[in-house]
Ligand binder design. Structure first.
Ligand SMILES: C[S@@+](CC[C@H](N)C(=O)[O-])C[C@H]1O[C@@H](n2cnc3c(N)ncnc32)[C@H](O)[C@@H]1O
Length: 262
């Protein structure tokens, strides 16, 4: 078992706390169509349902729309993200240590949270624990990406000698085979993983800036910079994007996993 790096986890939590309201406004709506695809087919998942790493609640809102009246619980490490959610039931907790009884859900979902977890296998075992036998897991996580518009921000930072700093966890589950194998060892069967391409398009540099800086790493870095330095980052980004082929689109592979609890 991977020992949790509590300082790194606290840093991530603090960065999400800082980003929460801007994330709710500029990021979550762009994730909602992906959550809809995950939830709508082949048919909407059954409740009682749990959304782990629920954040500001984009996927739960979609789930409620698909299954009105379903009994749904949102769990997230960051209370500030949950404050921005409209979920009726919200619990601040770690994805790998859920304060929930065994076999209490028929479906667990998780959208773009697995890549933050230091030990995805331990988290998947925990999600299997709270699922009833035959219950369903649906998750979306980032696949392995080619350089894309997203990286223009990192390049602009590098132009000024800045960086967002290291990730909490290395991305060990951005390939379908690794994700499938970890889900199977965690007690899931009929594991199906498909890769999709998500494209996020922006009208102009300002729209891209709003989206990109509403993620936690960028939000934390910019909050620590004096105003003049923040303006310099924005200028460096505009210069980088002047050479970017129009339109402004960030393309990201996404892995969709569907599986059953044995
Ligand atoms: C990229 S956001 C995704 C939020 C939401 N699912 C969405 O699609 O908009 C990742 C979320 O995972 C949460 N998170 C990170 N590490 C976590 C952990 N160890 N346990 C529970 N939640 C965690 C963060 O607080 C954040 O809200």
């Amino acid at each position: 078992m991977v020992q949790p790096d509590l300082r790194a986890e606290r840093r991530l939590q603090a960065a999400y706390a800082l980003a929460a309201s801007r994330y709710a406004r500029w990021v979550a709506p762009r994730f909602r169509p992906l959550a809809r695809d995950l939830l709508a087919s082949p048919q909407p998942p059954l409740g009682p349902g749990l959304d782990v790493g629920s954040g500001t609640g984009a996927a739960l809102a979609e789930w409620r729309r698909l299954v009105p009246g379903a009994s749904l619980l949102a769990v997230d490490l960051t209370a500030e993200m949950l404050f921005c959610s409209s979920a009726a039931w919200r619990v601040a907790a770690d994805a790998a240590a859920l304060p929930l009884v065994d076999a209490s859900f028929r479906t667990v979902i998780s959208v773009f949270a697995l890549h933050h977890l230091p030990d995805p296998g331990a988290a998947l075992r925990e999600w299997a624990r709270v699922l009833a036998s035959g219950g369903e897991l649906r998750l979306a996580t980032w696949g392995k990406s080619e350089p894309t518009l997203w990286d223009a921000f990192d390049h602009a930072l590098a132009d000024l000698g800045l960086s967002e700093g290291p990730r909490l966890a290395p991305r060990t589950h951005d390939a379908p085979d690794a994700l499938r194998a970890t889900a199977e060892s965690a007690g899931f069967v009929a594991v199906d993983v498909v890769e999709r391409l998500a494209a996020f398009a922006f009208r102009d540099v300002a729209a891209f800036w709003r989206w990109r800086t509403a993620f936690p790493g960028a939000a934390r870095l910019l909050a620590e910079l004096p105003a003049a330095r923040r303006t310099a980052v924005r200028g460096a980004l505009a210069r980088r994007l002047a050479a970017w082929p129009a339109p402004l689109v960030s393309r990201h592979p996404v892995l969709f996993l569907r599986a059953r609890r044995a």
